[in-house]
Design a binder for this molecule. Structure first.
Ligand code: BGC
Ligand code: ZN
Length: 371
C-alpha cells in the first residue's frame, strides 16, 4: 500500500510502498484511511527536527490527524462494524506498571515519557491507505461528520485545555459558568493567541462554551482569517493595530488566555496582560533558541498577588476527543461556512512530500486518501 514515510537517517520524505497490514486479529479492526490533516508537527518531522521512527534507522509513516472507516473487524470486536467512521487516538500508553496515568487510560498524562505517538514518536501514523488498530484507541464519529471529522484531533487539544480551565477555576467562585446558565453568556473573557488551526478551533470551542472570545494574531484586521473569526462570533484583533502591551486596556479584564502560537516571547508578554484570578494556557511548542530576558519579578509578583495560574497542556484523553466530536457537530450546525473555511487545501498522498517541503500556506491542508 502507499504511505508517506520520513527517514531521518537518510533525510528523505517520500511516498513509499509499505506492507499491507492484512486482516485484523481477534481484538482488532482494519481501518481504511479516508483523510489525514497536516499540522506544524508534521512539518517539523519532515524537516528532521522532531519525530522518532518505530525502529532504529528505519522510517516513520507520518500523520496523526486521521479520519478512518472501519473495513473489517476481528471476531472479538462487538461494538464497531464495517462502515463506521472513527478517529484513531495519537498517543498510546507506556508499559510501566507504575505509570498511574497510562494504566488508567490517561496516557496524555504519562509519567514516564515512554508513551508512543502514532506518526510522531515510535509508532507509524495515518498517512497510509490502511492500518490495524484496537477499539480502545478509536473514537466513533457520526457519518454526518465525514467532512469535518479530520478536525477532531486538533480540536481535542483545545477541549482538554478547556476542561482543565474549568477544573482550575473550581478553586474560587467562578460563578457564571455559562455551561450551566446559557443566558449569562459572555460572563468570562478569553483571548486566543494565534489564528492557526489550533487557535481557531480553540476559539470556536470557547465561543461555544460561552466566553466572549478575542483572537489576537498578526494578520491584518481585513484579512481572510480575521473575516473567518468574525463568522463564528469571535472578535479579531490584529497585532498591527494593538500591541500586546495594550491588550488589557483595550479589552478589560482577561479571564483566560489560550496560547496557540509557540512564540515564547509573545506568550510571556501576554502573561502580564492576564487579569485577576486568571488562567493562562500554553499549547505551543517552541523550538529552542537563545535565552531572552523576561520581567521575572514583575511576572511573579502578579502571579502571586492576583492568584493567577499558568499551565501547559499536550495531547488529549478520550473524554476530550468525545467532546471534540460533540462540539464539531455544534460548529457544523452553527457556523458551517467558518468550519469549511478552516480547510483551505486538499491534496492527494502523492503531493504530500512537496507540500511538506514548501512553507505552510492557508490554514489546514487535508490529504484525501479515499472517498
Ligand atoms: C499532536 C499531539 C501530540 C503533540 C506532541 C501535536 O501536534 O496534535 O497529539 O501529543 O503534537 O507530540
Ligand atoms: Zn498535531
Amino acid at each position: 500500500m502507499k504511505a508517506i514515510a520520513v527517514n531521518p537517517t537518510q533525510r528523505t520524505v517520500r511516498l513509499v510502498g509499505h506492507a499491507d497490514p492484512g486482516d485484523p486479529g481477534s481484538g482488532q479492526v482494519r481501518l481504511k484511511m479516508r483523510r489525514v490533516g497536516i499540522c506544524g508537527t508534521d512539518r517539523e518531522i519532515a524537516h528532521f527536527e522532531y519525530g522518532t521512527p518505530p525502529e532504529r534507522g528505519g522510517y516513520l509513516i507520518l500523520g496523526h490527524e486521521g479520519l478512518a472507516e472501519i473495513e473489517a473487524v476481528g471476531e472479538a470486536v462487538s461494538k464497531m462494524k464495517p462502515g463506521d467512521l472513527v478517529v484513531p487516538m495519537v498517543r498510546r500508553p507506556c508499559s510501566h506498571e507504575k505509570c498511574r496515568s497510562c494504566r488508567a487510560g490517561r496516557q496524555d498524562f504519562c509519567f514516564t515519557g515512554d508513551f508512543v505517538e502514532c506518526g510522531i514518536k515510535g509508532a507509524h501514523g495515518f498517512m497510509a491507505e490502511a492500518g490495524l488498530d484496537e477499539p480502545a484507541y478509536l473514537v466513533p464519529v457520526p457519518a454526518s461528520l465525514a467532512e469535518f471529522g479530520v478536525l477532531v484531533e486538533p480540536l481535542s487539544i483545545a477541549e482538554k485545555a478547556l476542561e482543565q480551565v474549568w477544573q482550575v477555576q473550581q478553586r474560587l467562585p467562578w460563578s457564571c459558568d455559562p455551561r450551566e446558565d446559557r443566558q449569562r453568556a459572555w460572563c468570562h473573557r478569553a483571548v486566543v493567541l494565534g489564528a492557526g488551526p489550533i487557535g481557531l478551533l480553540g476559539a470556536m470551542a470557547m465561543v461555544a462554551a460561552g466566553f466572549e472570545t478575542f483572537v489576537y494574531s498578526r494578520e491584518p484586521a481585513d484579512s481572510s482569517r480575521a473575516e473567518l473569526v468574525r463568522r463564528f462570533d469571535a472578535r479579531y484583533i490584529s497585532s498591527t493595530d494593538v500591541p500586546i502591551e495594550a491588550l488589557a486596556e483595550q479589552l478589560g479584564e482577561i479571564d483566560v488566555v489560550y496560547e496557540a502560537t509557540g512564540a515564547s516571547s509573545l506568550a510571556f508578554a501576554a502573561v502580564e496582560r492576564l487579569g485577576i484570578n486568571g488562567v493562562f494556557v500554553l499549547t505551543g511548542v517552541p523550538a529552542e533558541k537563545a535565552p531572552e530576558a523576561v520581567e521575572s519579578a514583575r511576572i511573579m509578583r502578579r502571579l502571586v498577588l492576583q492568584n493567577q495560574v499558568i499551565f501547559g497542556t499536550v495531547n488529549a484523553g478520550r473524554g476530550a476527543h468525545e467532546r471534540a466530536v460533540e462540539d464539531l457537530r455544534r460548529f457544523a450546525d452553527r457556523w458551517p461556512d467558518a468550519l469549511r473555511g478552516l480547510i483551505t487545501t486538499r491534496i492527494g498522498l502523492e503531493q504530500v512530500p512537496d507540500a511538506l517541503a514548501a512553507p505552510g500556506q492557508g490554514i489546514k491542508t487535508v490529504i484525501e486518501i479515499a472517498a
